[in-house]
Write a protein that binds this ligand. Structure first.
Ligand SMILES: Cc1cc2nc3c(=O)[nH]c(=O)nc-3n(C[C@H](O)[C@H](O)[C@H](O)COP(=O)(O)OP(=O)(O)OC[C@H]3O[C@@H](n4cnc5c(N)ncnc54)[C@H](O)[C@@H]3O)c2cc1C
Length: 463
């Protein structure tokens, strides 16, 4: 259990310039970027991760699992550019990534649609592929450098205090070690022990929604350009995002009750339910949800009958307005995650910085959470490079402040936009549906505004 102790005097066995807590995407990117930079590569850096990562990540690259994993994220061109600039992108298993040029969103109530088109607007990558590629690049950098980044895996931070003499953060680790550092960076996720230690408030709320994820294969082998699909249902969006070889990664954001129902279905029923979710009217879906909740033996037949009816009415020209049906599920790929908005009041305190989910979490509807963390890393590394080259103490708030002032406002705007989109679409109240659909139709026909939105989605626009 993590414990915050404000102050203890201890004999320090290990002193580092920077200690990064968390070996998720944010922590591994930060470590790699710092070791890649000619300005910061000499710094003594430790990365402490509670789970085992080294063997699983190495074996992901050496002997890739036969099936796609269920934690898949959509990366923006800006994130990929950054990963490339630190030499990491080429270490990813490229055959397991899928870029696409087109995202189609459609309203589950009114049918209003919007297309976002841009070359390589997003690329789907398994989170493990991201971590494995970064670790591989880190190993390469370590092999070339005298001062190596030390990874302490399977080791939890159990307490953090200020050293009684230096006032630097001093960590006690579950393996009995202690570590003192000039700068402590929390890349330690939503429940961030580092944020608690620094006494930084995080504000927000639960969306009272779960993201149900699963991996499927599309039914037809007919050629279609890989496309991202998102249908906004009043209970939350259902997204089908492309993976290589006709596979697709689903995130169905929905109420706790419906998430429970989706997880209780057998895999054949679940598959049919997903096809229903991408096509049938919200009235039909409500009826089908009730059948599923009551464990009706007619569920599959009812869904199939309605899907056939839908297909019969669809004009051939309109077929491409919907994703292909899914026909196969990767066994055991179903899981669910709670969705919440949170934003820390600040990202920096004296000798402390927060990065990624430790600083902010968001609804996955625009696939921005991890991408925001990557932009944080880029900005923090820039601030540390400037501080180092000017001879400043990297743990000093003067050195860290530019990171906060650059990233907090940008993240705040994005978090707000995603929250509003969630709220606007979480209703089937007719006047609001009409207003949002009118808005979408107008936006879809206004080139410059759409271009601006595409820029935001793809991470190519800063304002
Ligand atoms: C359903 C869903 C879909 C998503 N889709 C997208 C998407 O398409 N695009 C996108 O950009 N984002 C997406 N996200 C968000 C994205 O997954 C997260 O933003 C990202 O994984 C956070 O990375 P992180 O490294 O900041 O934190 P985490 O991945 O949470 O890593 C934190 C690490 O810290 C470690 N840790 C915690 N406490 C301690 C301790 N005491 N001691 C040692 N180690 C500790 C943990 O073990 C963990 O490894 C999605 C999220 C969800 C739920």
């Amino acid at each position: 259990m993590f414990q915050v102790i404000r102050r203890f005097a201890t004999s320090v066995s290990n002193v580092a310039d920077i200690v990064i807590i968390g070996g998720g995407p944010a922590g591994l990117t930060l470590g790699t970027a710092l070791k890649n930079s000619p300005v910061t590569k000499h710094l003594k850096i430790h990365l402490v991760e509670g789970g085992k990562i080294i063997e699983p990540l190495n074996s992901f690259l050496e002997t890739p699992p036969p099936n796609y994993l269920n934690r898949v994220v959509s990366l923006t061109p800006s994130t990929i550019g950054f990963l490339d600039s630190i030499g990491a992108w080429s270490h990813f298993n490229q055959e397991r990534t899928q870029s696409y040029d087109d995202i189609v969103t459609y309203d589950g109530v009114s049918g209003a649609r919007m297309n976002f088109e841009h070359p390589d607007i997003a690329t789907m990558v398994e989170t493990t592929n991201i971590q494995a590629g970064l670790l591989s690049r880190l190993n390469e950098l370590n092999s070339q450098q005298e001062v190596k980044l030390v990874i302490q895996e399977d080791t939890k931070v159990t307490s953090i205090a200020k050293d009684s003499i230096t006032q630097w953060p001093t960590l006690k680790l579950s393996n009995g070690d202690s570590l003192t550092c000039r700068l402590l960076v929390g890349c330690d996720g939503y429940n961030s022990p580092v944020r608690h230690f620094a006494g930084i408030e995080s504000r927000g709320w639960s969306y009272n929604r779960w993201g149900v994820v699963a991996t499927f294969k599309f039914a037809d082998t007919e050629f279609r350009f890989p496309t991202g699909w998102q249908r906004f249902l009043p209970t939350g969006p259902l997204a089908l995002l492309p993976l290589p070889n006709g596979y697709t990664s689903m995130v169905w954001s929905t109420t706790p009750e419906l998430a429970e129902m989706l997880l209780s279905l057998d895999e054949t029923e679940f598959l049919s339910m997903v096809n229903a979710g991408t096509r049938l009217s919200t009235e039909e879906l409500s009826m089908i949800y009730d059948l599923a909740k009551s464990k009706s033996p007619d569920l599959l037949e009812q869904i199939q009958w309605r899907l056939n009816l839908f297909a019969g009415k669809l004009k051939p020209a309109d077929e491409e307005n919907f994703p292909l049906q899914v026909s196969e599920i990767v066994t055991g790929s179903r899981a669910r995650f709670p969705l919440k908005l949170s934003h820390a009041d600040t990202y920096v305190e004296d000798r402390v910085a927060l990065v990624g989910d430790a600083a902010h979490t968001t609804h996955p509807l625009a696939g921005q959470g991890l991408n925001m963390g990557q932009e944080d890393v880029k900005s923090l590394v820039g601030a540390l490079e400037r501080a180092t080259s000017r001879g400043l103490d990297i743990g000093n708030s003067l050195a860290l402040e530019p990171y906060f002032s650059e990233r907090w406002p940008q993240n705040h705007v994005l978090l707000g936009v995603m929250d509003k989109i969630h709220k606007i679409y979480s209703t089937d109240f007719a006047p609001l549906v009409a207003a949002r659909s009118f808005g979408v139709d107008v936006l879809n026909s206004l080139g410059p505004i759409k271009d601006f939105m595409v820029g935001r989605i793809s991470g190519n626009s800063k304002r």
